[in-house]
Design a protein around this ligand. Structure first.
Ligand SMILES: [Fe+2]
Length: 329
């Protein structure tokens, strides 16, 4: 059953409202803005009908509080014709669903509430479906990574660090938070093509022959094959294909140069190399972050995009890289 919160300083109006909605709803009432805010702080409500003109806290202020505290609750303002300025302020500041002018037609108000709650329920179902889809795609990425683990010396914690370095670098490069988060997640799939590289090559301790290098160098395009054509994984494909390209055009598989290489791949390249250098591997000690930074800065414009390296330096200087490493070890 939906919970309605009715707020009006006129006891007669409040009683009329309560009578209108006592069947089929859980009804809470408040005789002023303070009481309304206290109720909003104490329990979840689905819809609020609030008078604009009240002594003390106005309807606009109560509904702005509701917007902050319970943003999904539907907000309806009761107002008089004379209050157009207050109404416009409330539309802009409290993002109300609708306003109802006094005196109102009970049937109209009932229908407004019914329609509002239908859209509230629909939004709830959409949010739930979105959450399920989001967790399904995140799980799909993790499943692929688990499948690839054991095939390579890259561990889950390496992939997690690359994810977080990538996200931080993407934000530093001006990409919005949501896209940066997506890029971080997709970066975990950068080496997924190694599933197609024979173990004898992937795990060989000695130097690779020319032929073996040829096989190893196929992993970016093999990654793109695994990731398929779904638009959602476009960033992952760009990263898989492009993370061994070099800024000066001497990388593989396509020998792309500078901005021909997708930004996502330029970012992940820096994140991947930085983590590989600063992590212990069977054949090497972990470098200090400072040594890794010096190495990467020396290759600015050669292997690495200079702008991405500059952002990495800032994240190194302000301690972001160290806290990511600490959190994912
Ligand atoms: Fe790779």
């Amino acid at each position: 059953m939906h919970t309605l919160l009715l707020i009006d300083d006129d006891p007669d109006v409040l009683a009329t409202l309560r009578r209108s909605f006592r069947k089929g709803y859980t009804v809470l009432t408040a005789i002023n803005g303070d009481e309304g805010i206290a109720l909003l702080n104490g329990q979840a409500v689905d819809l609020i009908i609030c008078d604009q003109r009240m002594p003390g806290i106005t309807g606009n202020q109560v509904l702005q509080h509701a917007l902050q505290r319970q943003p999904k609750a539907i907000r309806i303002l009761l107002t008089g014709y004379a209050d157009m300025d207050a109404l416009m302020a409330c539309v802009n500041e409290a993002h109300i669903y609708k306003y109802v002018t006094k005196p109102w037609e009970p049937h109209d108000l009932n229908m407004t509430v019914i329609r509002a709650l239908e859209s509230y329920d629909l939004q709830g179902k959409l949010d739930e479906a979105h959450r399920m889809l989001e967790s399904a795609y995140k799980d799909a990425v993790t499943m692929l990574c688990v499948a690839a683990e054991g095939k390579d010396e890259d561990t889950g914690s390496h992939l997690q660090r690359v994810q977080h370095y990538t996200e931080a670098l993407a934000i530093a490069m001006g990409i919005d938070k949501q896209d940066a988060e997506h890029m971080g997640l997709m970066s975990m799939l950068h080496d997924i093509g190694k599933l197609f590289v024979p173990d004898a090559v992937l795990k060989k301790k000695a130097a690779l022959t020319t032929e073996e290098w040829g096989l190893m160098k196929q992993h970016p395009l093999a990654g793109a094959r695994i990731l398929g054509n779904n638009l959602f994984y476009e960033a992952a494909r760009e990263i898989a294909v492009g993370h061994h390209e070099k800024f000066d055009g001497t990388g593989y598989p396509n020998g792309l140069k500078g901005n021909e290489i997708p930004l996502s791949a330029r970012i992940v390249k820096v994140a991947d190399v930085f983590d590989a250098l600063t992590t212990v591997r069977p054949y090497k000690e972990a470098w200090t972050m400072m040594d890794a930074m010096v190495f990467i800065e020396a290759d600015k414009g050669i292997q690495f995009d200079p702008d991405v390296v500059d952002q990495l330096k800032k994240l190194f200087d302000d301690g972001t890289l160290a806290s990511i490493k600490l959190a994912t070890n």
